[in-house]
Design a protein around this ligand. Structure first.
Ligand code: SF4
Length: 172
């Protein structure tokens, strides 16, 4: 993967996104129906703090953190878009995996999974396991590596890219 191709992933990792306020509110309301205790929410219900991992040089904050009845903590990411037929979008998956890594690093306890909530409250789980850790580690290593000039953006690829206005290597 090349640095320009990574941009959407990077933006996902830092939690940027374009959301509709109505869908966002609906997703939050549906998310709050789950059992367990809400530990953190960045919508004013709590005073959330960033999760910081010095070891992984990673900072982030999920939309919500829940503690299940068995004590496990679970990060939740809310998305305004409809749930993809394919499951969880790769950029959403790696974002939630990064939150799992941050929770593991900061609490000392591994989340069993993370959750993405799509429009209408459609809930998809993202397992947190060795494969997921490997995916986050590979992406972080690639993001931090020196640009090697392999980028091959194309007009077709860039035309409808949501980040094209801020991308200095876009084609067309
Ligand atoms: S505008 Fe093109 S090169 Fe830039 S992030 Fe989007 S797809 Fe990649």
């Amino acid at each position: 993967m090349t640095p320009p191709d990574l941009l959407p992933w990077i933006l996902a990792l830092v939690g940027l996104g374009l959301v509709g306020a109505g869908a966002w509110a609906l997703a939050r309301s549906l998310a709050s129906r789950w059992s367990g205790a809400l530990l953190s929410a960045d919508d004013g219900r709590t005073a959330p703090e960033n999760l910081v991992s010095e070891t992984h040089r990673l900072v982030g904050r999920p939309d919500e953190i829940w503690r299940r009845r068995d004590g496990a903590v679970v990060p939740v990411e809310l998305k305004s878009r409809a749930a993809p037929d394919s499951g969880v979008l790769p950029s959403h998956r790696v974002q939630v995996e990064a939150y799992c890594l941050l929770l593991e690093s900061t609490t000392g306890r591994s989340p069993p999974y993370g959750v993405v909530v799509y429009a209408g409250g459609v809930r998809r789980t993202v397992p947190w396991n060795a494969r997921a850790l490997g995916e986050v580690d590979r992406l972080l290593a690639e993001v931090r590596s020196e640009y090697d000039g392999r980028a091959t953006p194309t007009p077709g690829k860039c035309r409808n890219c949501r980040w094209r206005n801020g991308c200095d290597v876009r084609a067309g």
